[in-house]
Design a protein around this ligand. Structure first.
Ligand code: SAH
Length: 366
């Protein structure tokens, strides 16, 4: 038996793998070995969370941001961005479209702000979406906030929150984030738990100065922080950011980051087992024809199709070449149904798809 066979067998049997073993798998490059890794992760996914995909309709509510993360296209310092804020009606319309499509869940995401007007605005959006017939379950993703704000949004009716740790490595985190600290980000994840959210986190994959050992420690961070959901994808350079200017990259590097991203999904599935894992837009952006589909076959079970209008799509450009810029929600949905059928997968329509991990840790049933 090869070392890989032995590790995969232990993972399938339920063992918690060592950091060394995680790193070994993240370093695999041989295509046959990678196929074996993905097949094992797919098997664990089907056993632990079932076959099929849960959809969350994504509304990108605003690109106004108070932060200057070195990799992000909508960072405050990027003066070329045309800044926008959707109004309440536009946001509710996006969530309604998600409900009408039978997606069962929606996500509101935007730049980070914490002024009182913004906090009230989000609270009102959550309330109004909750009043929709067939209201989709709501996820928020607006960065670090106080416990009071998280509680307010939870009380208004939001049930999930996405806050990527971005990287769990203290040195790399500090390099990329002029404001905020890794400890502050971790504390925000604890506050989300305290406020009663189902909590999602994640990282960017293939960042300059990021090693396979760091990614293995990221997976251990996901496990030990008891995350319910994981969203991660390859880092993709944006030409108007300090990181993208210093490391403009190439097609070959994008493809390497895509492969590493897929291995990261598989390794996370093998180690965490019962969490929801997203096949993200960044995978699709590098490989429009099959990036997300390959994510699903490597162990992911969630996709977040954009349900916002087309008017501001291009203004929410986190990285160059972001997928779906000119594709309306209806066209995206039809294409997705087709491509999933092509890989033997399917959508669970009309259900919220609460993470199995959350149900187990709380003893709830839905
Ligand atoms: N303000 C919110 C949402 C951020 S945007 C927050 O702080 O959580 C959502 C995610 O996009 C980020 O968490 C980051 O991981 C990812 N992202 C930003 N720039 C990126 C880039 N250049 N390549 C890939 N992913 C990027």
């Amino acid at each position: 038996m090869t070392r890989l066979d032995a590790i995969l067998k232990r993972a399938i049997d339920g063992a918690v793998l060592t950091e060394d073993e995680l790193e070994f798998m993240l370093r695999l490059e041989d295509p046959a070995a990678c196929r074996e890794l993905f097949a094992a992760a797919y098997l664990v996914k089907c056993r632990e969370v079932g076959k099929g995909v849960y959809l969350r309709g994504l509304v990108e509510t605003s690109n106004l941001c108070t932060r200057n993360c070195l990799y992000c296209g909508i960072r405050k310092g990027n003066a070329e961005v045309r800044r926008y804020e959707l109004d309440l009606d536009e946001i509710v319309a996006g969530a309604k479209l998600a409900a009408d499509f039978g997606y069962g869940a929606a996500v509101l995401q935007g730049g980070e702000r914490s002024d009182a007007r913004f906090v009230e605005f989000v609270t009102e959006a959550v309330r109004r979406i909750g009043e929709l017939p067939n209201a989709p379950q709501l996820t928020l993703s607006f960065g670090e906030q106080t416990l009071e704000t998280y509680r307010k949004w939870r009380t208004a009716g939001a049930v999930r929150y996405l806050l990527r740790i971005e990287t769990s490595d203290p040195g790399l985190y500090a390099e990329l984030h002029p404001e905020g600290t890794l400890e502050g980000r971790k504390a925000a994840l604890f506050r989300l738990r305290e406020a009663g959210f189902q909590v999602g986190t994640g990282v960017m994959i293939g960042l300059p100065h990021q090693s396979a050992a760091m990614l293995a420690r990221d997976v251990e961070f996901f496990r030990t922080s008891d995350a319910d959901m994981i969203g991660m994808g390859p880092w993709i350079p944006h030409h108007r950011t300090p990181l993208g200017i210093a490391h403009p990259g190439s097609r070959a590097e994008d493809l390497r980051r895509l492969e590493l991203g897929l291995r990261m999904i598989a390794v996370t599935r093998l180690q965490l087992k019962d969490v929801n894992i997203a096949a993200t837009t960044a995978l699709q952006s590098i490989s429009p024809a099959d990036g997300r589909e390959r994510g699903l076959l490597a162990g992911a079970n969630v996709i977040m199709p954009n349900v916002g209008g087309l008017e501001h799509r291009a203004d929410y450009t986190l990285y160059d070449g972001k997928a779906g810029m000119d594709e309306n929600a209806e066209a995206a949905r039809r294409k997705l149904d087709g491509s999933l059928a092509g890989i033997g997968e399917f959508v669970h329509y009309g259900v919220p798809g609460t993470p199995r991990h959350y149900l187990k840790r709380t003893g709830k049933t839905e």
